[in-house]
Design a protein around this ligand. Structure first.
Ligand code: DX5
Ligand code: ZN
Length: 221
C-alpha cells in the first residue's frame, strides 16, 4: 500500500496542532516537515522548536526534509526534536556521507534527496547509506508549484536499485503531487507520496488519502 505524507508547509500555521490532528484522522502515514533556512533555498520555514512542539501531539513518523546549508550542523537538534527520518539534499554543502552516518548514529533513518535539475546518478555513492530516497519534482523552496516529469525516470532508476539491493528502501516523491501525478509516480515505483497544497485545500482529505493509498505499483497513467 502506498504511504501518504502530507506536507505541513500547506497547513494553517496559526492552528498547527489541529492541522496535525486533521491529517492523522484523515489517515496520513507520515508527517512531512519542510525545514528551510533562507540560504539553501530562499524561503524560511520551521526549526527544531516547532518539530519538538508538535512531536507531543502524535505518534505518526516525522519525515523531516532539510533544505538547509551544511545540514550536519543541525541533524542532532532535529534528532532530539523527535525526527524519525532526516533527509538531506545531495546539493547541500558538506560531506554527505558523514552527514548520513551521523544521522544513523543518532538513531534516525537517513534520507537523501535531489532537485529536478540534478542528475539521479549523483545519488549513487549514497544509496547504500539511506533508508529513504526523496525525488523532488519541483525546485525545493515553495509549495504549490507544478509537477515536473523529470522525476518519473529518476523514480524508475531508484526502483531498479531498490529491487536489486534494498527492497525496503522507501522511494518518496515531493512537489506538485495530486491524484493524477501521484498515480504516475507510484506506477514508476514510488512508495510514498508527499503532498501539500493538493491535500490541504480539500474539505475531505480522508477520501483523497484513501484513494492514493490504494495506488499500487502497476498503476497506469
Ligand atoms: C517544497 C517542499 C514540498 C512542498 C510540496 O520545497 O519540499 O514538500 O510542501 O508542496 P506541494 O505539494 O504544494 O507541491
Ligand atoms: Zn518537502
Amino acid at each position: 500500500m502506498t504511504k501518504v505524507a502530507p506536507s505541513m508547509l500547506s497547513a494553517d500555521f496559526s492552528r498547527l496542532g489541529e492541522e496535525v490532528k486533521r491529517i492523522e484522522s484523515a489517515g496520513a502515514d507520515w508527517v512531512h516537515l519542510d525545514v528551510m533556512d533562507g540560504m539553501f533555498v530562499p524561503n524560511i520555514t520551521i526549526g527544531p522548536l516547532v518539530v519538538d512542539s508538535i512531536r507531543r501531539l502524535t505518534r505518526m513518523p516525522f519525515d523531516v526534509h532539510l533544505m538547509i546549508q551544511k545540514p550536519i550542523r543541525y541533524v542532532e537538534r532535529f534528532a532530539d526534536a523527535g525526527s524519525d527520518m532526516l533527509t538531506v539534499h545531495v546539493e547541500a554543502e558538506g560531506d554527505v556521507k558523514e552527514t548520513l552516518k551521523k544521522i544513523r548514529d543518532l538513531g534516525v533513518k537517513p534520507g537523501i534527496t535531489l532537485n529536478p535539475g540534478t542528475p539521479v546518478e549523483k545519488l549513487d555513492p549514497y544509496l547504500d547509506l539511506v533508508d529513504l530516497v526523496l525525488i523532488m519534482t519541483v525546485e525545493a523552496g515553495f509549495g504549490g508549484q507544478s509537477f515536473c516529469d523529470v522525476g518519473l525516470s529518476k523514480i524508475s532508476r531508484i526502483r531498479e536499485y531498490a529491487d536489486s539491493y534494498n527492497p525496503k528502501l522507501e522511494i518518496s516523491v515531493d512537489g506538485g503531487i495530486n491524484r493524477e501525478t501521484g498515480k504516475r509516480c507510484v506506477g514508476a515505483g514510488a512508495t510514498v507520496l508527499a503532498a501539500g497544497s493538493s491535500l490541504f485545500k480539500l474539505s475531505d482529505m480522508a477520501k483523497e488519502i484513501a484513494l492514493w493509498k490504494s495506488y499500487g505499483p502497476n498503476a497506469k497513467e
